[in-house]
Write a protein that binds this ligand. Structure first.
Ligand SMILES: [Zn+2]
Length: 65
């Protein structure tokens, strides 16, 4: 049994499978931009969902207001 605290399973639409499948969902900070001087200031939270059927990963930026 995995004990990854920030990961949860949800049934969502998978665009690859074309139907609702179980996804493993977690939130991850990802660095944006290629400049190492500003990388520390450009970490954005992403919602990562991975389809358990086909393995495709979808990253959705959370604060894209
Ligand atoms: Zn899929």
């Amino acid at each position: 049994m995995s004990t990854t605290p920030n990961s949860t399973e949800r049934t969502e639409r998978c665009t690859d499978c074309g139907r609702d499948t179980v996804h493993r969902v977690r939130v991850e900070l990802r660095e944006e931009g290629k400049n190492p001087d500003t990388a520390a200031f450009s970490r954005e939270p992403y919602r990562i969902s991975i389809c358990s059927l086909c393995g495709v990963e979808n990253a959705l930026r959370m604060n894209n207001a």
